[in-house]
Design a protein. Structure first.
Length: 757
């Protein structure tokens, strides 16, 4: 898959539009009024700006590393680095040095503030990409109950606290209502990143309680950004304007509705189109930045904060069926290495903990921490109980949801920039975020260690652990190279059955002679595309009774070769596919081996192949004949891969498979305990695999006979009509899958599906 290699340039130039769009907010937050022209320290503004970036990255990296070694989040280390470099520590120990490095003039603040503002949007983009809406749907009842209760109770506490705060802590006492709403929001949200870090570290990511915790944090984040967006609109009007509030709510609802319906399809189509058609570097990453900036501008025009647009853009990108992992890897390094330490460092620089020397402010900060912790813990615990969770699970929820982390810092930074939070109140809330986030990991580890593992949960976890190492579960998209023959139709059907289980996008590449003309002349009802979709529907129907939600609709794209076959396949393969399925009319060469056309197709693709050979019933009725499958196994990784494919086909068609183990040992030798244990272990693996997917697997053993003879005899004796066999691709100018495969393709009466390494 062709992704970014020159990310810094793309992020810098692609982000300028977003910075310009957010210019008013940057100016309000950091005092920027004009482009920087110089520095009172004697250094040029650009030189000082570069020095500031380097210091924040270095300090954030060192303290983040130290925090992680103590089981804390790197984000807290970056925030603490800013606090140490600000007036709280460096400003006390060396005031002149602190002012020289971070001068108070608006121009210099505007430069680093612009990077921090872009960092906010990129952080929200990354947070959205990490948001798993499928997870929310799976544990919806408990997660919604926890989120509603876990937001309402601390929100009410924060709002009430805001109503009784001294006027000295409010920048504008006339806007106490908006300040109270902001304070309530700040106390009610949780940090998905911090929660996910601890849950992942404890290996609870897929546990029931872990999923509820993460899903609840996702809902908290989403609702929190919507509330922030609405409060932003209120703050712009300076008072509660019901007409403006209705317009904001209606605009936000319309934006979210369009984003998660039409927008979801548009984003998927754009990512796929750009990846498949661009020739330059970093095209997909540039597209994602444009999507982020565009959606941020839309929310700005609606009258809500740009962070909501960036977050929703991240969710849509993360839900794209292709490229998610690669995009995440490309973006994460630069965001976490540059923008995160700068943003949280700037937030720390704005924090002046010296105000806590005043007993009254220290007492208020302690009360703020107590109210925030009790409100969030009590709300989450109550929600877990109402959601049907056990006492120990609800306890873990209460502990986990109390971390504010990075989300809190972003929220209060926005509040400071809007003028609804004073610097003192900002410092108090940041102190609360640091303390609750630092206390959460040990508390959550203790609580999770007390949650027992149920029988059903254990079975699900074992299945998911297997899938993480499996072949089919890790595919992202399929490439089907076919002509209009019966063999091509049969291959299309198999591809659809595989794709339908997880909604894998599939590209059909017509490789037959005069492919464009055949595509035009062929009736839609019998085209490879329609056969793929029909197969996917069959699998989707079989999956409806499963624990996992119904798979997404399979997106099928059609391509006609515009170059010789090998070049056409290689060109398409560069766009990124996990499996190539081949189904063409001519399989075997007259003198033995594979036809040269098969070799040309295979050599254009470096990844795994699935080579389809239709015979018997599958030649006469390739689109709907039943499967009676034989799966030869020998314990190798490639035979396990073939077994996965066979089980997927069997599950979609509600049929059984037969696993055949062939051994060259004599019957006398098979009496040895070690030999029989090895044989039984291999067959048991296949049976266990089938059971995980509610499929029946029978076993058979053939002794003291060559592998190809054993497979052919078993196929005839059991009247199997499809042999699914794992094979190794051998080096050479022609495609060669081994002597056993060559003998089977020459002599077998049944259809064959070769699954290669």
């Amino acid at each position: 898959m062709r992704l970014a290699k020159s990310l810094p340039a793309v992020l810098w130039h692609g982000g300028l539009a977003v910075i310009v769009a957010a210019g008013p907010l940057v100016s309000e937050a950091f005092g920027a009024e004009a482009p920087p022209s110089g520095s009172a320290t004697g250094l040029a503004s650009e030189t000082l700006f570069l020095l500031q970036i380097m210091v924040l990255i270095l300090a954030g990296r060192l303290l983040g590393e130290a925090m992680q070694r103590f089981g804390q989040s790197a984000v807290m280390g970056q925030l603490v680095a800013g606090v140490l470099l600000g007036p709280s520590v460096l400003g006390l120990l060396w005031p002149d040095g602190q002012q020289a490095l971070f001068p108070a003039n608006p121009e210099q603040k505007g430069m680093i503030g612009a990077v921090a503002q872009l960092g906010v949007l990129l952080l929200l983009l990354l947070t959205g990409m990490e948001t798993d809406l499928k997870l929310v749907r799976k544990v919806a009842r408990a997660a919604v109950a926890v989120s509603i209760s876990g937001i309402l109770l601390p929100f009410a506490c924060g709002f009430a606290l805001g109503q009784f705060l001294p006027e000295s802590l409010l920048p504008n006492p006339g806007q106490r209502l908006i300040g109270s709403l902001f304070l309530g929001t700040a106390l009610s949200i949780s940090s998905v990143k911090i929660v996910a870090m601890v849950v992942r570290e404890m290996d609870f990511m897929r546990r029931n309680v872990g999923q509820v915790i993460l899903a609840s944090a996702v809902i908290d984040d989403t609702v929190g950004w919507i509330i922030i967006a609405i409060i932003f609109s209120l703050a712009q009007h300076g008072a509660l304007d019901f007409a403006a509030l209705v317009r904001t709510l209606a605009g936000t609802a319309l934006f979210l509705a369009l984003s998660f319906t039409v927008g979801r399809r548009i984003v998927f189509w754009l990512i796929r189109w750009v990846n498949d058609n661009s020739v330059g570097e970093a095209a997909v990453v540039a597209l994602i930045l444009l999507l982020m900036g565009g959606m941020a501008l839309i929310t700005h025009l609606i009258g809500v904060h740009t962070v909501l647009g960036a977050f929703v853009a991240g969710v849509l990108v993360g839900e794209s069926p292709i490229l998610t992992r690669q995009i995440d890897q490309q973006l994460r390094g630069l965001i976490m290495g540059l923008f995160m330490p700068v943003f949280f460092g700037v937030a720390g620089l704005s924090t002046d903990l010296t105000i806590l020397r005043e007993p009254a402010l220290l007492a208020l900060t302690g009360g703020l921490i107590l109210i925030a912790s009790l409100g969030k813990f009590g709300g989450a615990f109550l929600g877990g109980t109402l959601g049907g969770l056990s006492r120990s699970e609800s306890l873990a929820l209460g502990c986990g949801m109390n971390a504010r982390g990075s989300t809190e810092v972003i929220v209060v930074t926005i509040g400071l920039s809007l003028g609804v939070l004073s610097p003192n109140l900002f410092t108090m809330i940041v102190a609360m975020a640091i303390i609750t986030t630092t206390a959460m990991p040990p508390m959550l580890r203790w609580a999770l260690s007390r949650v027992p593992l149920g029988k059903d949960e254990k079975a699900r976890l074992e299945r998911e652990e297997f899938e993480a190492k499996g072949f089919l579960p890790n595919l992202e998209r399929l490439l089907l190279a076919v002509d209009e023959s019966a063999n091509g139709t049969f291959a299309s059907r198999i591809t659809g059955l595989i794709a339908g289980a997880r909604g894998l996008p599939t590209t059909v590449l017509h490789v037959g002679p005069d492919a464009k003309q055949q595509e035009q002349d062929k009736a839609e009802a019998t085209s490879p595309e329609s056969t793929v979709k029909a197969g996917a529907k069959t699998t989707a129907a079989a999956e409806q009774g499963a624990e996992e939600p119904k798979p997404a609709k399979v997106d099928v794209t059609t391509r006609s070769k515009d170059a010789p076959t090998g070049e056409a396949v290689a060109k398409e393969a560069r766009k990124g596919y996990g499996l190539l399925v081949i189904g063409v009319d001519k399989i075997a060469a007259p003198g033995g081996g594979f036809h040269p056309e098969i070799t040309r197709i295979a050599t254009g693709f470096d990844g795994p192949l699935a080579l389809v050979v239709a015979r018997g019933d599958h030649l006469e009725h390739p689109a709907d004949s039943m499967f009676r499958m034989l799966v030869p196994v020998n314990g190798t990784a490639v035979s396990q891969r073939a077994a996965e494919v066979a089980v997927a086909l069997a599950r979609a068609n509600d049929v059984a498979i037969t696993a055949l183990y062939v051994t060259a040992a004599s019957k006398r030798d098979r009496g040895a305990t070690s030999t029989r244990r090895h044989e039984e272990a291999i067959l048991k693996d296949v049976v266990d695999l089938a059971e995980r997917y509610d499929t029946e697997a029978r076993t058979a053993v053939r002794v003291d006979v060559a592998a190809d003879q054993a497979i052919l005899r078993e196929a005839r004796a059991g009247r199997f009509n499809l042999i699914v066999i794992g094979v190794q691709r051998r080096p050479g100018e022609s495609l060669f899958l081994g002597d056993t495969a060559a003998a089977i393709i020459e002599k077998a009466e049944a259809s064959i599906l070769f699954v290669s390494s």
